[in-house]
Design a protein around this ligand. Structure first.
Ligand code: NCD
Ligand code: ZN
Length: 343
């Protein structure tokens, strides 16, 4: 059996820079037409000039013959001003700006300490039609890590959505039923990306029988019921507010297998196969194309891709590891069997 769908895009991707970038960019290029490139480099991508330079570095790093269109994102800081936003919007290459609450995740030290600090920037984004992408977790030490997304909705996102009704917001990599409900109940300017690992795994996969650092990501995997199940419902519902964003976030094996391992899961090597697996588990393969290839560009006001990809029902083993910047990386589902393969 085969299924043919319009080529997907990845609306949330980390590709790093330098040697790491060279190791992973071909994986996405083989699957995706475009990718929203996360700006959490060190130092972060905070203005249009840096975004332009990073975009060129990505294109240069592509393996011979591979193509992908990198859509750039600015990293919002307490100091982002309206002129940074205006220049970025006018550059044509920057499609969105990302809110990382300070300290939320990898390289988020320069993130925003109080949402009010970026209200002028948000006002300008709203005016220029630039999307706001949010890492939706609060970072206060007293909030339990499993509650951080739900508390972010109550303490930050509800207010921002209320104060900027015209601003298009993508609630990135949602992980809870609370987030699914919030997005469904919000106006049409609020959408969400869902990762393959949050569809296919839950916290038991990470913690039962031993700690599995390669399942550690942020936002952290939640319980199966109600959270993972709500994500599967949302992704396969055909509701255009939910679309593909892998949050593929590579880190070398050593950095993850450590007393203080870092957060992030590599899924770019077989992203569309992972989504197909999740959709098939719900008998919803007919909903895969909307989620993967239509709702994302529609929300971003970009044309859909016109070329197609084919997935074939065929078993294969995911490699145990890949070369990564002179070291190795352990991919999601390493050594496991998948029953869909990109032709
Ligand atoms: C991401 C990374 O490593 O850059 N990690 C992750 O667990 N998702 C950062 C992020 O998106 O939070
Ligand atoms: Zn991310």
């Amino acid at each position: 059996m085969q299924i043919k769908i319009l080529q997907p895009d990845d609306w949330h991707l980390h590709v790093r820079s330098g040697a790491a970038l060279k190791s992973v960019i071909g994986m996405s290029a083989k699957q995706m037409g475009r990718a929203i490139i996360m700006p959490n480099l060190n130092p972060p991508v905070t203005n249009a000039l840096q975004a332009q330079a990073y975009r060129e570095e990505i294109i240069q790093a592509l393996p011979e013959g591979d193509e992908i269109d990198p859509l750039m994102v600015l990293y919002l800081t307490d100091n982002t001003n309206t002129s940074d936003i205006e220049k970025a919007a006018k550059s044509g290459i920057v499609k969105a700006a990302k809110l990382y609450p300070a300290g939320a995740t990898t390289n988020s030290d320069s993130g925003v300490t109080d949402i009010k600090n970026i209200y002028p920037a948000l006002e300008m984004m709203s005016k220029m039609g630039m999307l706001l992408l949010v890492h939706g977790e609060v970072t206060h030490a007293d909030i339990d890590i499993f509650d951080r997304e739900a508390v972010f909705i109550d303490q930050v996102l509800t207010q921002v959505a209320h104060d900027f009704p015209e601003l298009k917001i993508v609630f990135e990599h949602i992980t809870t039923k609370d987030a699914v409900d919030f997005v469904i109940e919000s106006n049409s300017n609020i959408a969400a990306t869902i990762t393959p690992h949050h569809l296919l795994a839950n916290r038991n996969d990470m913690l039962v029988g031993g700690i599995r650092p390669h399942y550690f990501c942020l936002p952290i995997l939640k319980r199966e019921n109600p959270h993972q199940l709500a994500l599967l419902d949302a992704a396969t519902s055909g509701n255009p507010k939910f679309f593909l964003g892998t949050d593929s976030a590579p880190h070398a094996k050593d950095a993850k297998e450590s007393a203080c391992g870092c957060a992030g899961i590599l899924s770019a090597h077989c992203a569309i196969e992972l989504y197909a697996t999740a959709f098939e588990s719900r008998d919803a393969l007919d909903k895969l194309e909307g989620f993967s290839s239509k709702f994302g560009p529609d929300f971003y006001n970009l044309p859909r891709n016109t070329n197609t990809i084919t997935l074939s029902k065929e078993s294969w083993l995911v490699p145990e590891s890949y070369e990564y910047a002179g070291s190795v990386i352990i991919p999601f589902m390493a050594g496991q069997e998948l029953s869909w393969k990109l032709v």
